[in-house]
Design a protein around this ligand. Structure first.
Ligand SMILES: C[S@@+](CC[C@H](N)C(=O)[O-])C[C@H]1O[C@@H](n2cnc3c(N)ncnc32)[C@H](O)[C@@H]1O
Length: 212
C-alpha cells in the first residue's frame, strides 16, 4: 500500500514540476483553475502599463499569459518562458492568434536561463515555480538582469507551512521560508515588498521586487 501511495505522490509532484503527457493536460487545467487568483494578484502587483514588455516564467497551463496579454494590450509584448515542451505546445495552440501577431513570444527556458537580453522587461511574474529550483540565488540574479530600471518581478509562492501539509510536496519540492526568498531577491540588488493573499487551502505570498 505504501508503495502505491509513494508512486502516486511521486507522480503528482513530478507532474507539477514538469507537466507532460496525457496526465499533463489535466494538470494544466487544474493549475489554471486553482492558481488563477494568485496569478491575477501577481499580475496586479507587477502592474505593467499598456505597451509594456513582460514575461510569465514557468507559466504551466498558461492562464497568466492571457492575463498579461490583456494587461499590456495590443502594443505590448508577453514572453512566455517554460521548460515543459508540452506546456509550450499547449500555449502555442491556445494563443495562436497572439503568436501570429507577435504579441506573444514563447520560448524554452528556465528561471536561471531566461534567454532574454539585459534590461529588456518592464515586469515579470513567476508563480509556484521556485519549489523546483536548486539555485534560487542564480534565479534572482537572472531576474534582476532582465529587468529594466524601475521594472518589477513578482515571485508567488504558497505558504511553506501550508505547502508542507500537502503530502506530495515531500516528493521533490523545495519549500523555502519566505524570508529566504526575500533575502535572495535583496542579494540580487532588488527592493522587495511582501504581500500575503489569504487563498484557501494554501495562502500565497507575493514577493514584489523592484529594480532601482
Ligand atoms: C506548479 S506549475 C505552476 C504553473 C503556473 N505558474 C501556475 O501557478 O499555475 C510549475 C511550472 O514551473 C515550470 N518549471 C519547472 N522548473 C522550472 C524552472 N527551473 N524555471 C522555470 N519554470 C520551471 C514547470 O514546467 C511548470 O509549468
Amino acid at each position: 500500500m505504501t508503495g502505491v501511495r509513494d508512486r502516486l505522490l511521486t507522480t503528482i509532484a513530478g507532474q507539477l514540476g514538469n507537466p507532460h503527457g496525457v496526465l499533463g493536460k489535466g494538470v494544466a487545467f487544474v493549475l489554471d483553475r486553482g492558481n488563477k487568483r494568485a496569478i491575477a494578484a501577481a499580475v496586479d502587483a507587477a502592474s505593467p502599463p499598456a505597451g509594456a514588455t513582460v514575461a510569465d516564467i514557468g507559466f504551466g497551463g498558461g492562464v497568466g499569459l492571457g492575463l498579461l496579454l490583456a494587461r499590456v494590450g495590443a502594443e505590448g509584448v508577453v514572453h512566455g518562458i517554460e521548460p515543459s515542451p508540452d506546456m509550450l505546445a499547449r500555449a502555442r495552440g491556445r494563443y495562436a492568434d497572439e503568436l501570429a501577431h507577435d504579441r506573444l513570444v514563447l520560448a524554452d527556458g528556465t528561471l536561471t536561463a531566461l534567454g532574454l537580453p539585459d534590461a529588456s522587461l518592464h515586469a515579470a511574474i513567476t508563480v509556484n515555480t521556485v519549489y523546483f529550483l536548486d539555485d534560487l540565488g542564480a534565479a534572482c540574479v537572472e531576474l534582476a538582469r532582465v529587468l529594466r530600471s524601475g521594472g518589477i518581478a513578482v515571485i508567488g509562492i504558497g505558504d511553506p507551512e501550508a505547502m508542507a501539509a500537502m503530502p506530495f510536496t515531500r516528493y521533490g519540492f523545495i519549500l523555502r521560508p519566505v524570508a529566504e526568498v526575500v533575502a535572495a531577491l535583496s542579494s540580487a540588488g532588488l527592493i522587495v515588498e511582501q504581500r500575503t493573499l489569504p487563498n484557501t487551502p494554501v495562502p500565497h505570498h507575493l514577493l514584489i521586487a523592484r529594480k532601482d
